[in-house]
Design a binder for this molecule. Structure first.
Ligand code: V47
Length: 373
């Protein structure tokens, strides 16, 4: 590796810390956000990434299922949710959800990623039946289902505690939780972009409870709207603190805000510089997270590929049918073939490793799939 170089005096002390494997402070994180020396920041993030994973880059073969877009919340950040009787509102009957899961299904699929709106009428039993029905039909597929926001809403509607709700979901077959709904924890921002959601502390508390009962989860941060650098740093440090306590987060996924078709449509889109810097800052600040994911659907395959040399070690999966970003104007394909993901990773000079949701490597022979335990 070539030597570290920078003209930015604020980055030197951060470099010393990175070399010594010391944790970065809030001020260090702010200096990273405020520096334009993307190559120096990327050098540091890449060195941490290679220290942790070498050239290994993870991807998986997954399918997204969004059982309903009906949502009582009316978050300004969202183009996906609909009121119950609005045009375009849909709710899948259970049979339809099972059919969606089966369409395009091959033995290669190892994960269903299941998230949806906060439906005012669907009973908790619908979600339990959805999960147990999927488990029965696809027993080898990992069910990564329901964000902390959905779990908290289901608990409220079923008049159960968060713990009881999570326990019932786990018993029905939920294997882990995705990282959505975290947005930005700062109240000031949340009031504007997602006023109807649980607050940041409730999101963190729900994640804590999930981890305590043995469910792993991911974590996300939505950036590139009205948040400040300080808000982003606050968000990252809150996640780092909870991770110290539970160790239950697997992957951090920074999500770039897509404004089209949302009430915040007037905001500009994120730039390549910010997208790449966000990946690098995440890798450097979240030293207790094993994985940083460059979600190609959100970043575009081209930026996600470059991110693999700026701190990211995961590029997500085949997805098959993405709705949340495409309703908000994403122009990426709705799914990507396995070979195409492999090519993106190889051309970045990295080694593709297919993983399951728990980061165990998946090896394939022509007729069978084996997950190493
Ligand atoms: O929580 C919604 C975001 C999230 C918009 O855990 C938007 O592996 C940008 O969490 N522009 C859902 N973002 C997606 C998500 C996710 C995706 C991939 C993998 C994983 C994982 C999780 O999408 C929401 C919200 O933060 N979102 N609307 C929008 N207009």
């Amino acid at each position: 590796m070539h030597p570290f170089q920078t003209d930015d005096p604020h980055l030197r002390p951060i470099y010393e810390k990175v070399l010594a494997r010391e944790r970065l402070s809030a001020n260090d994180a702010l200096s990273l956000y405020r520096s334009a020396d993307i190559l120096a920041i990327g050098w540091m993030a890449n060195s941490v990434r290679e220290r942790m994973h070498g050239d290994t880059t993870y991807f998986n073969v997954n399918r997204h299922i969004n059982p309903t877009n009906v949502c009582v919340a009316a978050c300004r950040l969202c183009a996906f949710g609909r009121k119950k009787d609005s045009p375009g509102a849909y709710t899948m009957a259970l049979a339809e959800a099972f059919q969606t899961a089966a369409s395009g299904y091959t033995e290669a699929v190892t994960e269903f990623h299941i998230v949806g709106g906060l439906h005012p009428d669907l009973p908790f039993q619908y979600f339990l039946d959805l999960i147990s029905g999927l488990k029965e039909r696809f027993p080898q597929v990992h069910l990564k289902a329901f964000t902390m926001v959905e779990v908290a809403y289901l608990a409220k509607r079923a008049k159960l505690s968060i713990r009881e709700t999570l326990e019932k979901l786990k018993r029905a077959g939920v294997d882990s939780l995705p990282g959505g709904g975290a947005e930005i924890f700062a109240d000031r921002v949340r009031h504007i972009i997602c006023d109807h959601k649980i607050d940041g502390d409730q999101w963190l508390e729900t994640a804590r409870t999930a981890h305590q009962i043995g469910l792993k989860s991911n974590a996300t941060m939505l950036y590139g709207h009205i948040e400040t650098d300080e808000d982003r740093v606050d968000h990252l440090l809150k996640l780092r603190t909870l991770q110290d306590e539970t160790g239950g987060f697997q992957t951090f996924i920074p999500l770039a805000f897509h404004p089209d078709n949302t009430p915040l449509e007037h905001l500009p889109k994120t730039t390549g510089m910010l997208d790449i810097k966000q990946i690098a800052v995440s890798r450097l600040v979240l030293n207790n997270f094993s994985h940083i994911k460059a979600y190609w659907q959100m970043m575009t395959p081209k930026i996600a590929q470059i991110s693999l040399r700026f701190g990211a070690d995961d590029i997500d999966g085949t997805v098959i049918e993405e709705k949340i970003y495409h309703d908000a104007g994403a122009t990426t394909p709705q799914g990507m073939r396995r070979q195409e993901l492999v090519r993106l990773i190889r051309e970045a000079g990295r080694e593709p490793i297919e993983r399951d949701t728990l980061y165990r490597s998946v090896t394939r022979t022509e007729t069978s799939v084996t997950v190493a335990v």
